[in-house]
Design a protein around this ligand. Structure first.
Ligand SMILES: Nc1ncnc2c1ncn2[C@@H]1O[C@H](COP(=O)(O)OP(=O)(O)O)[C@@H](O)[C@H]1O
Ligand SMILES: [Mg+2]
Length: 380
């Protein structure tokens, strides 16, 4: 439709099909600017027109108005949008559900681990999470976890053996003391008998006292209450101080004792003497009359002080060597050979050497003799 300057209809195309209502350009055609302005107008739910209204001709005298029925195209677009939104929503729901299933499946091993962990008690330490059943990403975790359980189980069983051994070691001497006292009191005794009884009790009390002292030392060493202050010492001087204490005992038992060599030793003097004294007392205790004990001292390339104590004693069975440093462990042969002894001596040697960052090693041939090697390191 073309309108002239006065707004009257100047020309009009003959409408084909359904003609647009007369009111179509209302509010649009009144005075359009010089450029073309396209407007979309909705008449009813499914009648939509694109309207163009522009000025043309000389001095912009005429207004050209054109209407295009886009109802069908709009319908197609609407249907497509509806479909696309539906598909999108469906996709979101499906992927959320799949995500949930996958997450749940991925978390299942963790639920398993959690259940296994909850079953673990001090009395139920055999539980394992079993790494071969896990997805590859989790096997390292499961393996580390099982390793940790192995170590814990080991510590727990050692601790419970330790308590059992401790109770046993204390019970025997105490029941002996009680038994002896009861026998003494069962009827009147001479003063000499009382004296002998008190003397033998005192020996047992002293032994118990030593044992408690040793246990306290080990407990302290383990909780690192003991701070080692290594100082530069003369190894031979230190060793001779220990030997002086033993010389008479060796002579009484007809065992020869020799010492040779020297080295610079970095250690806490009293701890070192305690360690060497425990090793020497074993050499003395487990060597028969006529035997020999030799101490040799030397320094190695790294300036570590090395003490080698060899005896010609009863030796240790190869099966017993791995247990030799355990608290209360005494080889069967040692028990029959000498009933006294608590089985704590070498545990203390080991903890003293550990406190110094050194090592202790035992080589032995049953019925031939034993060699203990102590290494006290040079501070780097
Ligand atoms: N020099 C040695 N010769 C033979 N056996 C030894 C020697 N030193 C240690 N042992 C063995 O190691 C065990 C533990 O030694 P230790 O801890 O000192 O305990 P104890 O001397 O009280 O028995 C001994 O019971 C013994 O079986
Ligand atoms: Mg001993």
């Amino acid at each position: 439709m073309v309108l002239d300057a006065n707004g009257r209809t100047y020309a009009q195309t003959i409408s084909t099909g359904e003609s647009p209502p007369h009111t179509l350009f209302e509010g649009i055609a009144a005075d359009p600017g010089p450029g073309p302005g396209i407007t979309k107008k909705k008449i009813s739910k499914d009648r939509i027109y694109l309207l163009l209204s522009t000025r043309a001709g000389r001095d912009n005298r005429y207004v050209i108005q054109a209407a295009l029925d886009v109802s069908r195209e709009a319908g197609i677009v609407r249907r497509y949008r509806f479909m696309a939104e539906g598909i999108l929503l469906f996709g979101i729901l499906i992927s959320a559900a799949a995500g949930m299933v996958l997450a749940r499946r991925a978390m299942r091993p963790l639920a398993h681990i959690t259940a296994a962990i909850q079953r673990i008690r001090a009395t139920h330490m055999t539980e394992r999470v079993n790494s071969d059943q896990w997805p590859r990403e989790l096997t390292a975790l499961a393996m580390a976890f099982d390793d940790m359980l192995d170590r814990l189980q080991d510590s727990f069983s050692r601790l419970s053996h330790y308590s059992a051994d401790l109770a046993h070691e204390l019970r025997t001497p105490i029941s002996n003391l009680i038994g002896e006292a009861e026998v003494m009191l069962s009827k009147p005794r001479t003063p000499l008998q009382y004296q002998q009884n008190i003397e033998s009790s005192l020996e047992e009390f002293t032994r118990l006292g030593h044992m408690i002292h040793s246990l306290l030392f080990l407990a302290k060493a383990e909780s690192t209450d003991i701070k080692v202050k290594p100082e530069l010492l003369d190894a031979e001087v230190q060793a001779r101080a220990v030997i002086d204490y033993f010389v008479e005992l060796f002579q009484e038992n007809d065992i020869s004792l020799t010492i040779r060599g020297n080295a610079a030793l970095y250690a806490d003097s009293s701890l070192f003497r305690q360690a060497l004294s425990n090793v020497l007392s074993n050499a003395l205790r487990y060597t028969t009359a006529g035997g020999s004990v030799d101490i040799s001292i030397h320094g190695d390339k790294q300036k570590n002080a090395i003490f080698v104590v060899s005896d010609s004693g009863i030796g240790i069975h190869p099966d017993d060597i791995p247990n030799i440093f355990n608290r209360f462990f005494r080889a069967e042969s040692a028990r029959t050979f000498d009933a006294t002894g608590s089985g704590l001596g070498l545990a203390i040697v080991k903890s003293i050497v550990d406190l110094h960052g050194g090592t202790v090693d035992i080589q032995s041939v049953l019925s031939h003799g034993t060699t203990v090697t102590l290494v006290f390191p040079h501070p780097a």
